[in-house]
Design a protein around this ligand. Structure first.
Ligand code: BGC
Length: 764
C-alpha cells in the first residue's frame, strides 16, 4: 500500500495535495477521481453514531443509531471488555451507516466538575481514562472502522473554549493531561487524533508543534492522521507546519490557496505537505478495506446498551430500601421517569433507535405493586409549587417513593460550563418535600457529572447514580431497583461536598484569555487526599447488594528493578447472598521522592464476578510507569530507588490491604547541574558530589569563620541564630561563593564553570 500511496503522491498536483488536506464538506474529505482516491466519511461520536445524511449540514437530525451511555457512565463500569464490545457494536453501525471514522472517544481529564462536556469524558484519573479510551478504540478498530481520539489536549472547559489558553506546567501536562492520550495512542493506535480548540500555554493546539509533532507524532510514534476540531484551525499554513494533517470542516477554498502559495513561496516545505497527504491517504485507503454495507442488529445493540448502563450505574446510598419489593404502592415521581434523560446536548447527540421509558420499565417489573406517577418538576427552570404538592400527595399515601431527577440540558451541555453543582431549585425543593412525608424515598439521578446533595442526602433512604445512561438506561434502572441486576459500578470521579472544595475552584474558568491550572497535579482525589478533605462520595466508590472481602494479598517480588515491574495478586470473596461484581483498585504511594507527588495514584484495577460464597484470585501487574514520575529538569519519566506502598482498595478512601516493595532504579540520569544549581543539588548529584566534595569542606570552613558555630549536629546554630548550612543548602553555589568572595582566588563564576566542565566533561 505504501508504494501505491507514494506513487499517487508523486502524481498529485500541488492543488490536489492542498485540497486533500482540507475537508470537502462537513463530514467528508476531498476525493481525487482522476487518481482513484475516494472520499472518507467521518461522523460523531463518541457514544453512538451521529450520521448526518446531508454531508453539508452539521445540525440536521441524524440517522437512527444506538445511543450508548455517555463516558461518565462507561468509565464507572471499569469494564474494559464491555467497552470494547461497545466499540465493536458502534463499528457495525458505522459500517451500516457508511461511516469510515467515528469521532471519539474523548479522553480529556475532568479538571473541575463544572466542565460542560464532562459527560463526554471518562474520568479525573488519567490511568482509568486511558484504559477506557484504549479499549473503545480497540473495539471500534477491530472491525475495520477508524476512531478519532479527542480533544488533544487540555480541553477541560467550555468557557471561551475556542480561544482560551490553558496555562499548564510541563510536569502536570505529562502526568495528568497527556497520559490518557499517550496510553490510548500507544495501546490502541487510533486511526486519527483530533486536536482541541483551545490554546495551550499561549499557542492554539491546532498550531502547537511541540504538542502535535514533537510529542504525539515523534515521541509517542502516532502513525495516523491528525485532524483539527471543527473550526479549530486559524492559520492553515502554521497548523500544517505544526502537524495538523486534515482541516475540518470544508470546503475552504481560501485555505487551499493559502497552502499552495505557501509552498510556492517556500514558507511551507512541500515535504511537510507530502507527509500530511501520505497520512490522510493511508487512512482513506485503509477505510476502503471495510466495505460499508448492510444493516446492524438494532435489538442486540439496544441490549448491549442496557448491559453497559446496568454495569455503569453507581449505588451511592442504600439504607436497606433497595432492592424494591414488588408489592404495595410505589409512588414514581419526576418527569425523567416518563421522559428519559439519557444523553447530553451538543455534537454527541444521537437519534436513538428506541428509548426505554423508565416508568414503563418499572411497571413491567412491578409484579403486584401499584405504581402512581407525578411529574414533580417542569422541563424548564420555572418553579411550580402545584407539581410539588401533587408529588407530596402521592408520596404520602405510598409505601415507598422513587424520585427520578434529571439535570436538565440548560444546566449541563457541550458549549457552556455549569454554573454550580446544584440541581434546579424545584428539584431540590421537591426532594425535600417528598422526603419529609415519605422517609422511604429513593432518588435516581440522571446527570453527566457530580451534583451537590447536602441539602437532602440525609433525608432520603437510597440514591442511585444512573448517569446519562443511554437509550436503554430506563430498563437498567428498573432492573437495579428491583434487584434483577446487582449494581456494581464505581465512581470514576469524586463527588465533592461543595463547589468551593473543588481543586480548580479559585482558578476557574479563568479570564483575560487564559486559565491557570494552578492546582497542578492535584485534580480529583489527588487533591482531596493532599488536603485531607472529606468528600461526598470518593473516587472509586460504589455499593452493591452483596458484600466482598479481600484476602491473601501478595506481590511477586518485594525488591525489584523498575523495568521488571511487579504483579499483585489477591483473593476476593463474595460474602453475601447474591451474585455480584467487585472492582478492586490498586494505588501506588511513593514514600519519598525528590519532587512532590500525590499521596497515591491509581495504577491498576480488576473487575471480578463472583457467585455467593465464591472466591477468586485476581492479579494486577504494575510496570515502570506505575512508579515513575515526570521530572521536568531531566525532561523524562524517572524512577527513584526506595520504598513504595501498594494500596489495594475498594475505593480511593477505602484501602483494604497494603504491601510494601523496594524499587531499584535502572536509570542512569544525565547530570543536570548548571550555573544556578544549589549547594544541595551539588552534593546530592553523584557526579557533583565527587568533584565538589573537597570544595564543600572549604565552603563550610569559611562559613564557620564568618558566622561562628559548627556546621552540623546540635551546635549547628551560628552567631546570628540560624543554621547557616541549612539556609545555604538551597542557595546557588555561585551565590555562596560570592558571599565568601574574599576567601577565593578565582571569581565565583570561574570556580563554578570549572566544576561544571568536570561534571559535564565538556565546555558549558
Ligand atoms: C466538537 C467535536 C466534534 C465536532 C464535529 C466540535 O464542535 O468539539 O467533538 O467531533 O464538533 O461535530
Amino acid at each position: 500500500m505504501s508504494d501505491q500511496i507514494q506513487s499517487i503522491i508523486s502524481e498529485m498536483t500541488l492543488e490536489e495535495k492542498a485540497a486533500l488536506c482540507t475537508g470537502a464538506s462537513a463530514w467528508t474529505t476531498t476525493p481525487i477521481e482522476r487518481l482513484g482516491v475516494p472520499e472518507l466519511t467521518v461522523s460523531d461520536g463518541p457514544h453512538g453514531v451521529r450520521r448526518v445524511p446531508n454531508v453539508n449540514s452539521m445540525a440536521i437530525e441524524s440517522l437512527p443509531a444506538t445511543c450508548f451511555p455517555t463516558a461518565s457512565c462507561l468509565a464507572s463500569t471499569w469494564d474494559v471488555e464491555l467497552i470494547g464490545a461497545m466499540g465493536q457494536a458502534m463499528a457495525e453501525e458505522c459500517v451500516a451507516l457508511n461511516v469510515d471514522v467515528l469521532l471519539g472517544p474523548g479522553t480529556n481529564m475532568k479538571r473541575s466538575p463544572l466542565g460542560g462536556r464532562n459527560f463526554e469524558y471518562f474520568s479525573e484519573d488519567p490511568y482509568l481514562a486511558g484504559e477506557m479510551a484504549a479499549s473503545l478504540i480497540n473495539g471500534v478498530q477491530s472491525r475495520g472502522v477508524g476512531t478519532s481520539l479527542k480533544h488533544y489536549a487540555a480541553n477541560n472547559q467550555e468557557f471561551q473554549r475556542l480561544s482560551i489558553s490553558a496555562e499548564v506546567d510541563e510536569r502536570t501536562l505529562r502526568e495528568i493531561y497527556l497520559p490518557a492520550f499517550e496510553k490510548a495512542v500507544k495501546q490502541a493506535g487510533p486511526w486519527t487524533v483530533m486536536c482541541a480548540y483551545n490554546k495551550l500555554n499561549g499557542e492554539y493546539c491546532s498550531e502547537h508543534h511541540w504538542l502535535l509533532t514533537d510529542i504525539l507524532k515523534n515521541e509517542w510514534g502516532f502513525k495516523g492522521m491528525l485532524v483539527s476540531d471543527w473550526g479549530a484551525v486559524h492559520d492553515r499554513v502554521t497548523s500544517l507546519n505544526a502537524g495538523i494533517d486534515l482541516e475540518m470542516p470544508g470546503p475552504q477554498e481560501r485555505r487551499v490557496e493559502a497552502v499552495m502559495k505557501a509552498v510556492q513561496s517556500g514558507q511551507l516545505d512541500e515535504a511537510v505537505l507530502d507527509d500530511s497527504v501520505r497520512r490522510i491517504l493511508n487512512i482513506v485507503f485503509k477505510a476502503q478495506e471495510t466495505p460499508k454495507t448492510g444493516t446492524f442488529d438494532v435489538d442486540a445493540h439496544h441490549n448491549l446498551a442496557y448491559k453497559i448502563a446496568t454495569e455503569g450505574m453507581v449505588l451511592l446510598k442504600n439504607d436497606g430500601l433497595l432492592p424494591l419489593k414488588s408489592q404495595g404502592h410505589i409512588a414514581v415521581i419526576g418527569r425523567s421517569a416518563e421522559s428519559a434523560h439519557f444523553q447530553g446536548g451538543g455534537s454527541s447527540h444521537i437519534n436513538p433507535t428506541r428509548v426505554a421509558v423508565p416508568f414503563k420499565e418499572l411497571q413491567a417489573r412491578a409484579g403486584e405493586a401499584e405504581l402512581t406517577y407525578a411529574e414533580g418538576y417542569p422541563a424548564d427552570d420555572s418553579f411550580q409549587q402545584e407539581m410539588i404538592d401533587q408529588a407530596v400527595t402521592n408520596a404520602r399515601s405510598a409505601d415507598v417513593t422513587v424520585l427520578y431527577i434529571a439535570l436538565p440540558n440548560f444546566k449541563e451541555s457541550e458549549g457552556y460550563d455549569r454554573a454550580d453543582l446544584d440541581l434546579t431549585e424545584q428539584q431540590v425543593a421537591l426532594i425535600k418535600a417528598v422526603a419529609r412525608v415519605q422517609p422511604k424515598t429513593i432518588v435516581v439521578l440522571n446527570n453527566g457529572a457530580p451534583v451537590a446533595m447536602n441539602a437532602w442526602l440525609d433525608d432520603v433512604g437510597a440514591v442511585l447514580e444512573a448517569w446519562m445512561m443511554g437509550q436503554a438506561g430506563g430498563t437498567a434502572i428498573a432492573e437495579v431497583l428491583f434487584g434483577k441486576a446487582n449494581p456494581c459500578g464505581k465512581l470514576s470521579e469524586t463527588f465533592p461536598l461543595k463547589l468551593s472544595d473543588t481543586p480548580a475552584y479559585i482558578n476557574w474558568p479563568g479570564g483575560a484569555s487564559e486559565v491557570r491550572y494552578g492546582e497542578g497535579l492535584f485534580i480529583g482525589y489527588r487533591y482531596y487526599d493532599a488536603k485531607q478533605m472529606p468528600v461526598l462520595f470518593p473516587f472509586g466508590f460504589g455499593l452493591s447488594y452483596t458484600t466482598f472481602t479481600y484476602s491473601n494479598a501478595k506481590v511477586s517480588a518485594t525488591s525489584f528493578k523498575d523495568v521488571d515491574g511487579v504483579t499483585v495478586t489477591l483473593d476476593v470473596t463474595n460474602t453475601g447472598k447474591i451474585a455480584g461484581k467487585e472492582i478492586v483498585q490498586l494505588y501506588v504511594h511513593d514514600r519519598k521522592s525528590a519532587l512532590v507527588r500525590p499521596e497515591k495514584e491509581l495504577k491498576g484495577f480488576a473487575k471480578v464476578e463472583l457467585q455467593p460464597g465464591e472466591t477468586r484470585s485476581i492479579s494486577i501487574p504494575l510496570d515502570f510507569r506505575a512508579f515513575a514520575f515526570y521530572h521536568p529538569s531531566y525532561k523524562q519519566w524517572i524512577t527513584e530507588d526506595g520504598e513504595f506502598d501498594l494500596l489495594i482498595a475498594a475505593s480511593s478512601a477505602d484501602v483494604r490491604e497494603s504491601l510494601t516493595v523496594t524499587l531499584e532504579s535502572t536509570l542512569t540520569l544525565p547530570c543536570i547541574l548548571d550555573k544556578e544549581s544549589t549547594i544541595r543539588e551539588w552534593i546530592t548529584d553523584p557526579h557533583g558530589k565527587l568533584v565538589f566534595g573537597p570544595l564543600y569542606e572549604q565552603v563550610k570552613a569559611h562559613n564557620r569563620e564568618m558566622f561562628g558555630g559548627s556546621d552540623e549536629g546540635e551546635d549547628s546554630e551560628s552567631a546570628i541564630g540560624m543554621d547557616i548550612m541549612d539556609m545555604m543548602g538551597d542557595m546557588p553555589l555561585v551565590s555562596v561563593l560570592s558571599w565568601q568572595q574574599a576567601a577565593w582566588s578565582s571569581t565565583p563564576e570561574e570556580i563554578v564553570d570549572g566544576l561544571l566542565k568536570q561534571v559535564h566533561g565538556k565546555e558549558t
